[in-house]
Design a protein around this ligand. Structure first.
Ligand SMILES: NC(=O)C1=CN([C@@H]2O[C@H](COP(=O)(O)OP(=O)(O)OC[C@H]3O[C@@H](n4cnc5c(N)ncnc54)[C@H](OP(=O)(O)O)[C@@H]3O)[C@@H](O)[C@H]2O)C=CC1
Ligand SMILES: Nc1nc(=O)c2c([nH]1)NC[C@@H]1CN(c3ccc(C(=O)N[C@@H](CCC(=O)O)C(=O)O)cc3)C=[N+]21
Ligand SMILES: [Mg+2]
Length: 291
């Protein structure tokens, strides 16, 4: 193995600590804590674990956490009514509806009901439109976390060839937009891409968000490439990424592990977005140098 291991867990802990300090300053200035509401429909075990760890991180960063758990058979009108109630609640700065929702619910309509000012997941049409147009707004947490790791690892990304594998609304598409804004030349690959290995071989930066364990092979990589593994797959009880770690680590220059890479960054960026939303909503200036 030759690759440097990118310690997302450590980076995320430092970011959460800075967000916590800024959240304390926000409370002093605004007379209230910044607040994050998370909505979980159903009892998918992985989602339940994620929502719980996020709630703990929120409280540890001196923000208020509001958890709403609804039964799996909740109807559309009830869920949208909850989102509207959270939109109207002044103590709530951020709203996250855990995805995927049970199949009988219209995910797009639920997300579109979120007030864009509180869209800390960056998933509403308004947030996605702002990102596409280069207008300042709230950016999806996982791609934001990946970008922060890349900039910390590499510095200026200008002119680099990047490939994003996966084009989901939550990860791949916004990741490609962020890398484009950072002046990379971006390839966005998906299940219909022909000769993926050929495209990967050109890339200085590889972001894998496919949802298939060990899908990206080390032999595809350009030697020295920086590899960001977004995948969270459970195989025989263990968490593994979308990149075949051992073969990739022998070719890459740097690589994120799973766990301990992108996952912790997602939570840290969720807190950061909540703090950003709180400042904007309260008309308090955020010291950007801090976070
Ligand atoms: N670490 C974290 O914080 C987070 C991790 N994740 C994890 O990241 C992974 C991806 O999540 P998400 O984006 O939501 O997943 P989706 O299932 O929504 O999207 C998967 C994408 O991968 C593409 N894909 C599937 N098979 C192939 C293939 N053979 N070759 C090329 N592309 C392919 C699909 O293409 P097509 O569009 O053509 O179907 C699709 O665009 C999952 O493992 C998920 O658990 C997700 C969110 C946060
Ligand atoms: N609206 C919405 N927004 C999301 O951001 C969102 C979502 N829905 N649905 C599910 C996915 C998945 N996701 C993860 C976040 C953190 C870890 C994480 O912290 N992982 C740890 C390991 C955790 C463990 O051990 O299980 C790690 O990688 O080190 C993983 C996955 C956010 N998602
Ligand atoms: Mg380091």
């Amino acid at each position: 193995m030759s690759a440097e291991i990118i310690d997302g867990k450590e980076f995320a802990a430092a970011l959460r600590a800075r967000v916590g300090e800024a959240a304390t300053a926000f409370e002093a200035a605004a007379g209230r804590k910044a607040g994050l509401a998370v909505v979980l429909v159903g009892d998918d075990p992985a989602s339940t674990v994620y929502v719980r760890s996020k709630g703990k991180a929120t409280v540890a960063a001196n923000m208020a956490s509001f958890e709403h758990r609804l039964p799996a058979d909740t109807d559309q009108a009830t869920l949208v009514a909850l989102v509207e109630q959270l939109n109207a609640d002044d103590a709530v700065d951020g709203i996250l509806v855990q995805l995927p929702l049970p199949k009988h619910l219209d995910e797009q309509a639920v997300v579109a009901a979120i007030d864009p000012a509180k869209d800390v997941d960056g998933l509403t049409p308004v947030s996605a439109g702002r990102l596409a147009l280069g207008i300042d707004g709230l950016v999806p947490c996982t791609p934001l976390g990946c970008l922060l790791l890349l900039q910390d690892q590499i510095g200026d990304l200008s002119g680099m060839d990047a490939i994003v594998i996966g084009r989901s609304i939550l990860v791949g598409k916004p990741m490609a937009a962020l890398l484009t804004a950072a002046n990379c030349t971006v390839t966005l690959a998906h299940s219909r891409t022909r000769d993926l290995a050929h495209h990967v071989a050109r890339a200085d930066i590889v972001v894998a968000a496919v949802g298939r364990a060990g899908f990206v092979k080390g032999e595809w990589l350009k030697p020295g490439a920086t590899v960001i593994d977004v995948g969270i797959n459970r195989v025989d009880g263990a968490l593994v990424g979308d990149v075949e770690f051992d073969s990739a680590a022998s070719v890459a220059g740097a690589i994120t592990p799973v766990p301990g890479g992108v996952g912790p960054m997602t939570i840290a960026c969720l807190l950061r977005n909540t703090l950003t939303a709180a400042h904007r909503r309260a008309g308090v200036t955020l010291d950007e140098a801090l976070v």
